[in-house]
Design a protein. Structure first.
Length: 199
């Protein structure tokens, strides 16, 4: 080895670590289909379990599943979570409808599978709740949501509530990780221009 080449090599500095490679996301056109399929599964599962609850349970009677922590108890909720706003059902109907429209728009544009799953869970939960508000008794737009999963003495919910909570948790996690709904890939990225090379 020549002296010149030896002097060109700089010794590693103690404590230096290679910079981590940036985390890449994959663009996929299948993401909207995942969002829509997830939403459909949530709607069907939620409505089937509500039908089971109405046909099998006695209203107001609690059946323990895991002691006081988890039980089955059928109620009809005119308000939001914890029966908040029981006298303002129309407001929740309108808010839910707006949420469904927004969810559809974002689900159509999403190109990240992780985001598609989160959006699908939220969209499915909101859609099935909107259906309850519009089609269930006592009247159109003021329908009462069927709740039957009792958590301690805190509140009673349903499958749609679980989907919305999980989807919202994923939303916060993906946002904190810096994951975007529409990652850039070779199809959408600007072409790299190399000086002196004709395209």
């Amino acid at each position: 080895m020549s002296e010149q080449s030896a002097t060109d090599e700089s010794p590693p500095v103690a404590g230096d670590a290679p910079a981590p490679a940036p985390r890449t996301q994959r663009w996929t056109r299948r993401a909207p289909w995942l969002a829509g399929g997830t939403a459909l599964v949530v709607v069907v599962t939620d409505q089937l379990t509500k039908l089971w609850a109405e046909s099998s349970l006695t209203r107001g009677e609690r059946t323990p599943v895991l002691g006081d922590a988890l039980g089955i108890q059928l109620i009809y909720n005119p308000g939001a979570a914890l029966s908040i706003g029981a006298g303002s059902t129309w407001i929740f109907t309108i808010a839910t409808a707006i949420g469904v429209v927004a969810g559809l728009w974002y689900s159509w544009r999403v190109r990240s599978l992780a985001w598609a799953l989160a959006l699908g869970l939220i969209l499915g939960g909101a859609t099935t709740h909107l259906g309850d508000r519009l089609l269930r008794e006592p009247s159109f737009g003021q329908g009462h949501v069927v709740d039957f999963i009792a958590y301690f003495d805190w509140f009673i919910g349903n499958v749609a509530d679980i989907a919305i909570v999980v989807g919202a948790g994923m939303f916060l996690l993906l946002t904190a990780l810096g994951t975007t709904m529409r990652p850039e890939d070779a199809e959408t990225a600007e072409p790299t221009v190399v000086p002196g090379v004709e395209r």
